[in-house]
Design a protein around this ligand. Sequence first.
Ligand code: DX5
Ligand code: ZN
Length: 218
Amino acid sequence: MSNLIAPSILAADFANLQRDIEMVNNSEADWFHIDIMDGVFVPNISFGMPVLKAITKHAKKTIDVHLMIVNPDQYIQTFADLGADILTVHYEACTHLHRTVQAIKAAGMKAGVALNPHTPIAVLEDIIEDLDVVCIMSVNPGFGGQSFIENTYKKVSQLKHLIDFTESECQIEIDGGVTSYNANALIEAGANVLVAGSFVFGSENPTQTIADLKKTIE
Ligand code: DX5
Ligand code: ZN
């Protein structure tokens, strides 16, 4: 599995969204990571369907949608229609996670599950074989620009063991506080998709920052 970079649009300049989307299109980035927050599951509201529609109109790479919302089931078809390729829901927000994952796949998308920093990997034992992506949150979800939680490394290796043991093909995505300082260690621990928001968009030359990150994790 190759190692991928997914810039988080949450950190883009929303007044220059098309410019920032084109930057990602023309960069070495692999996915667009798009954070949807409802102000209920997390203490922040990002943006919703009309903005996602505007993004997918211009974005030419895989659309990785990270839902930080309660009751994601009611919007699965909407996100498929808006062009999501991967739809990730939070373990903590889904009472019937198996049903939700099957519904995401039935709608033609890849299915991801995200875990909050306090949620153990073990809760995935009975669903790992159904997943395309597991997103390990390396910050508490809700905001960009937070510091990376070091316990993440341990969770990445536990998840890698679970994936190898079950011979599943799921990708390991890390979301929050990713920089060029921890990128390589995360890949070494077993991750293969790194989300980066403020580190990319807060840098002087985002295209170069993406290229540098890619080189670090090659
Ligand atoms: C946090 C979001 C992240 C965020 C990452 O709730 O899920 O995707 O945009 O931002 P940085 O890379 O700045 O931590
Ligand atoms: Zn995210």
